[in-house]
Ligand binder design. Structure first.
Ligand code: TEU
Length: 524
């Protein structure tokens, strides 16, 4: 890395799901002034940047990922002034702000779609993907929605007697990016927020941004025709050129594809994405070999212009403390080990609100289920304080929270965990501080330790003469492993259990189940 790291390479990017972060007006739904009121938490955590999931005008069929106006804030979240204040307050704390951008589809209530479906001759008809059926009353082809509950990716419009494409819900019609007017209009939505001072965009559902314009079926085909089509790269270059019209802005893509070659293809030439959310890594089981192989795959395929990004949680995935618990009760310990792994890897860690508390998934009774794809458990509101102190809303709201709080929020909340030196919140703050203090962790090279087997995942990070040895035991049994080379001696700088700091390490290291450590190796 010739020049110093860019802001989006240095530290952690913290994802905020606005509906569930902090509610300032007691309506039970989080909002922008609520986020502004809690920026101190992010400053104390040491977050480099925040990524805000959508807050734009929306009928909330998909809780904001159905955008009815790309240039305005939904009243449930506040106003454009509230957004400007949040941006100003975040920047005053040296926290960058990345906003979600939903280019593949709009809401069916967006003025563009209302016009488009009004008649076949409407000038905006071709702003969406309309087509006649298969002649037997069926849709144009076999493309399916990403949401199993939705089924096929086509809905019939009785008024104009044609089908329109929606890769997600029927309330989320796909924009026709093969139409240059659409591309130009969407580029202008980027400029609107870049002019306002945002530092970057998270590009939603990127894999769906380009499909086969001939709408050929997937069945029997060598590749999928409904996503990740050849036009994708030129489309991303166009988006990148818009970002390059501004100083030091960043694009991170949600590349929901299980193919590492595709993930790096958006990074390797440095003319498309700056970062890619890596779902190959995110979908892995709790398995040391799986993590090592996946990281080695990225490192092997990535050019030196490609910078990795790692995440294990977001608003679409079961939380780590639940996902990796598999009934062993090890979920909490694994949440700690997962954080250490994310912060000690070469690349940018993305953490999801609540991950700093080790929040498990919430239990959602049937009458409280609201999401089309079963994602309510990971979207429970953040518990800021014990209910005993502030009432049942746990500091998130003075009203009735839109979703139930996580089961253990009486103990697992920001206020109590901030005072507890052994809490995962304290560990999280220490990991971010460590990453700031040790260049080997933020910009150092990555060296996998091949000898580590049997549930052990170990690697070195090096920068000039600083050598850090990171070791994790992802198994159920205590394990012992040798330090990276026979000459190594060292000192444990940090352990996920918090009770081994400054412990000497020579020749070998013992690790308890689901424990991780960072060892400072004596210079050779
Ligand atoms: O998700 C895009 C995506 O690819 C989905 O497969 C996602 O992984 C799925 O939701 C899993 O349940 C993005 C957003 O992250 C998601 O919240 C939105 O619902 C979706 O796009 C549509 O905008």
């Amino acid at each position: 890395m010739t020049h110093g790291p860019s802001w989006w390479q240095r530290g952690a990017i913290y994802q905020i799901y606005p509906r569930s972060f902090a509610d300032s007006d007691g309506d039970g739904v989080g909002d922008l002034p609520g986020i502004t009121s809690r920026l101190e938490h992010l400053a104390e955590l040491g977050a480099e940047a925040i990524w805000l999931s959508p807050f734009y005008r929306s009928p909330m069929a998909d809780f904001g990922y159905d955008v009815a106006d790309y240039l305005d804030v939904d009243p449930a979240f506040g106003t454009l002034d509230d957004f400007d204040r949040l941006l100003e307050e975040a920047h005053a704390r040296r926290i960058r702000v990345v906003v979600d951008w939903v280019p593949n589809h709009s809401s069916d209530r967006h003025a563009w779609f209302v016009e488009s479906r009004s008649s076949r001759d409407n000038p905006r008809r071709d702003w969406y993907v309309w087509h006649d059926g298969d002649g037997n009353g069926g849709p144009p082809n076999d493309w399916m929605s990403e949401f199993p509950a939705v089924g096929r990716a086509w809905s019939f419009d009785d008024a104009t007697e044609q089908w329109y494409l929606h890769s997600f819900m029927a309330e989320q019609p796909d924009l026709n990016w093969d139409n240059p007017e659409v591309e130009a209009a969407m580029h202008d939505t980027l400029r609107f927020w870049l002019d306002r001072g945002v530092d970057g965009f998270r590009v939603d559902a990127l894999q769906r941004l380009a499909h086969d314009p001939l709408l050929r079926p997937n069945a029997g085909a060598a590749r999928r025709h409904d996503q990740d089509w050849d036009t994708m790269h030129d489309r991303l270059r166009g988006i990148r050129r818009v970002a390059e019209e501004y100083e030091d802005r960043m694009l991170v893509g949600e590349v929901a594809l299980q193919d590492m070659h595709r993930v790096v293809s958006f990074l390797n030439n440095g003319d498309q994405l700056h970062l890619a959310h890596n779902f190959v890594f995110c979908e892995l089981e709790w398995d040391a070999d799986a993590f090592r192989v996946s990281i080695d795959d990225f490192e092997a395929l990535a050019s030196d212009r490609a910078w990795p990004a790692w995440f294990l949680e977001n608003h679409d995935r079961p939380r780590v403390a639940s996902r990796f618990d598999d009934g062993t009760g090890q979920g909490a310990a694994r949440a700690r080990a997962a954080l250490l792994m994310l912060y000690a890897l070469r690349g940018t860690p993305f953490v999801y609100q609540g991950e700093e508390l080790g929040l498990p998934d919430a239990e959602i009774p049937p009458d409280r289920v609201v999401d089309v794809d079963g994602r309510d458990p990971e979207r429970a509101p953040i518990p800021w304080r014990p209910p005993s102190a502030v009432g049942p809303g746990a500091g998130f709201t003075t009203g009735e929270p839109w979703l139930p709080l996580s089961p253990d929020h009486r103990e697992r909340n920001v206020a109590l965990m901030a005072q507890d030196p052994a809490s995962i919140l304290t560990l999280h703050r220490r990991l971010i501080a460590f990453r700031r203090r040790h260049p080997a962790l933020s910009v150092g090279s990555y060296h996998p330790v091949i000898e580590a087997h049997n549930d052990l995942f170990a690697y070195e990070r090096r920068h000039r003469d600083e050598r850090l040895f990171i070791a994790l035991n992802l198994g159920h049994e205590p394990r012992r492993l040798p330090l990276p080379d026979e000459t190594a001696r060292g000192r444990i700088l940090l352990s996920t259990t918090g009770d081994r700091d400054d412990e000497a390490a020579d020749e070998s290291l013992s690790l308890r189940p689901d424990e991780g450590v960072i060892v400072l190796l004596d210079p050779r």
